[in-house]
Write a protein that binds this ligand. Structure first.
Ligand SMILES: Cc1cc2nc3c(=O)[nH]c(=O)nc-3n(C[C@H](O)[C@H](O)[C@H](O)COP(=O)(O)O)c2cc1C
Length: 195
């Protein structure tokens, strides 16, 4: 009996589920390749959107290949919806996963800022749609009072959000502290228990 969260039979809960993955600008974008692949392997229908900053870490082509769907990066791209792609995608999904969630994108969510494809979709997602958010940032950014206040606001304003991490551990800035993104397996496990 294998009790790995990704090989448990409960993973079949993702069959036919429409999962929208939002990547924002952090080094942990590389871990989200594994996350997207795991979701797809478990029969989820996965769409990916990326901030401009996220595309500096991993190219959209990687996520297009892993998800089997076009990757949205701009409000001005024409997608499948003839009118507003951001509204169509916001209505389409059963679950939104923001990973990694940057300090900046969390701040935008709690202040209602919609100045990019990702931030506009996050504002347009119906309040009934669950969200899984995996913050990732340098420990000093995480401990900053502004970030901590934004996290409190996130919990208050978005009861549909389930937070995963961040964890304590080694960070790309060569320090040990809080702010490391949770592992893809833990994020998938949270998606499973959310849906
Ligand atoms: C090498 C590098 C690594 C970064 N890592 C992070 C990170 O892990 N978390 C974070 O919040 N910001 C990080 N940033 C800063 C964000 O990319 C920056 O605040 C950006 O404006 C975020 O935009 P977005 O939220 O639209 O993706 C990093 C920047 C660079 C250059």
């Amino acid at each position: 009996m294998n009790d790995h969260p990704l090989s448990n039979s409960a993973e079949k809960c993702l069959a036919g589920k429409r999962v929208l993955v939002a990547l924002t600008g952090g080094i942990a974008c590389y871990k989200v390749c594994t996350l997207v692949s795991r979701l797809v392997q478990n029969d989820a229908d996965v769409r990916v959107m990326m901030t401009e900053a996220a595309t500096k870490f991993v190219g959209p082509m990687t996520f297009q290949s892993l998800s089997g769907n076009p990757v949205m990066t701009s409000l001005w791209d024409t997608g499948e919806n003839p009118d507003a792609e951001h509204i169509g995608l916001a209505r389409w999904c059963d679950l939104v996963v923001m990973a990694p969630a940057s300090a900046n994108s969390i701040a935008k969510m709690v202040h209602g800022i919609a100045d990019s494809f990702v931030s506009t979709v996050m504002l347009a997602v119906p309040k009934e749609t669950p969200m899984v958010i995996a913050p990732a940032m340098n420990a000093d950014m995480w401990e900053n009072a502004a970030t901590q206040r934004n996290m409190s606001l996130l919990k208050e304003l978005y009861p549909q959000v389930r937070l995963v991490g961040p964890e304590e551990g080694w960070q790309a800035c060569r320090a040990v502290g809080y702010g490391r993104m949770s592992e893809p397996e833990d994020i998938v496990a949270t998606c499973l228990s959310t849906l």
